[in-house]
Design a protein around this ligand. Sequence first.
Ligand code: F6R
Length: 261
Amino acid sequence: MEIIILPTAAEASEVAARLIARQVREKPSSVLGLATGSTPCKLYQLLARMHREDGLDFSKATTFNLDEYVNLDPTHPASYHQFMEENFFSHVNLRRESVHIPDGMVADVPAHCAEYERAIRKAGGIDLQILGLGSDGHLGFNEPGSSLASRTRIKTLTERTRSDNARFFTGAQEVPHHVITMGLGTIMESRMCLLLAFGKAKAEAVAASVEGPVTASVPGSLLQFHPQAKVLLDAESASSLRRAEYYQGVYQNKPSWQTDL
Ligand code: F6R
């Protein structure tokens, strides 16, 4: 795990944007795993600007989103279909047929989840997966207790996540109980994972994920087993880390051949 701590979320998002831009330039047909929520908003703005101003080309890329609410119409303002459209897809040149988001309206959820897994495999697997972190340690919508080997499936949100996400709805009661999410096993097969977490509310989940034991009780901790996981933090989300100074020293003193960010 590489822990990168920058003073602000904006600076950490810039590092993430440069990493993704490098991935797409080196391999235009990259398969990107995408997240929603507040955390990646700045990152998507930066990628959109790189597309507009520097010609960053997404026309050969494929994307798979982590998750979507069950029984929430894709035109609902809080659906992840809408989120992606507004925050990213409408600003870059991804081909619509290369974009995948779980369909929360399907009648046969297990069949749809199996098909989602097949589509990821058919695309060649995910090259780079963007991840946020729940305040309860969830990755995707794999809530604490999720199988560490889980695949795309239906999950029930914890009340904490429902209340965290109430800000996107008119009230807490409106937040669906169920979601379709890529599994932890699915996420772990990505060639690179980029976890972003910002703000004081994430500090405990970050510390448990990075420095705690690997446990299904903290899904983020599974990334300790990933061979290529980078964790991008701001000062607040890093504030409960015991080895923060060490991580900062590592980042500032990288050998020149590694300082490409
Ligand atoms: C979103 C997702 C979730 C969020 C997490 C953090 O697609 O999979 O794991 O990344 O809930 O959400 P924010 O960024 O809103 O704090």
